[in-house]
Design a protein around this ligand. Sequence first.
Ligand code: C2E
Ligand code: MG
Ligand code: MG
Length: 291
Amino acid sequence: MRPALFSDPPREARPRRLAGRVAYAESPAERAHLRRLRRDLSEATAQESFVLHYQPRIALGSGEITGGEALIRWPHRRRGLMAAGSFIPVAEQSGLITDIGAWVMRAACLAAMTWPAGVRVAVNVSARQLHDQELLRQIGGSLEGSGLAPERLEIELSEAILMDDNLDTLLALSAIRDLGVGITLDDFGAGLASLDMLKRLPLEQIKLDRALVRTLPDDAEDVAIAQAIVDIGHALGLGVVAEGVETEAQRCLLAAMGCDHAQGYLFSQPLPEEQFHLRLGALAVAGGAAA
Ligand code: C2E
Ligand code: MG
Ligand code: MG
């Protein structure tokens, strides 16, 4: 899908997009599956039985690891280790995301305190978490509880946040930015974000969506779009991160475009905390790729 860079998202696109984010069940079997998942997730939330994996973020210029993105995993007794994509929509829909998000924020800040001072931690935040003052309190509490400097924390907002682009969202984000915490617009170029958002939201960075990166360097139009996003980001004083970088050709092209940072399987999968620590031990990553 092409990014709707030059206009606001069409209104009729919103309900469909929303419907895609909540896990709609069609058949009785699917509904039963969802009920079980919700019940298990509620138990897991009460017991805080999640783990965080960290995916290294690499500076394309130096090849150094400058940050780690916290990605939640749920070790399920029957289903094995579940990736975020398979249960976060259910957590959002059921409201459990507020408690899960609080745990993630605390755990990520505590972990980052054990990393070298130049390495930041990025925490994903759902649109629903931004709706009340709770997120600001959670961030403040986690920073205070861990002793992490606010400049070492970033939150990543998916563009779904843009569907609730109102004054409250803006105020909540500004209050977070005022703490000194960085804000990254995740999945940029995926379809809904407009250029206007880039100047209205108090952002520090934008993250090029994996769907756009995937077609590089072969798709000439996507190359042009990616270059335009890097240039616009820089012109607005924003850093640009590319996600889902899987090939050396993508890394070379993004570096040549002037993209600042990259993440993806080429460098590393998301790693359990101890392995991320080991990776940090060798801070300079030869040639930028250490897979
Ligand atoms: P995201 O923030 O855009 O994270 C990137 C997703 O792509 C992750 O999936 C990651 O494992 C995967 N990925 C990373 N590099 C590559 C690559 O090179 N190729 C491919 N094919 N995939 C790659 P994951 O962990 O399943 O997370 C999915 C989404 O769930 C995240 O998208 C984020 O929006 C959300 N999420 C993850 N952790 C949390 C959390 O703690 N809280 C909240 N609210 N949302 C979270
Ligand atoms: Mg993210
Ligand atoms: Mg993303």
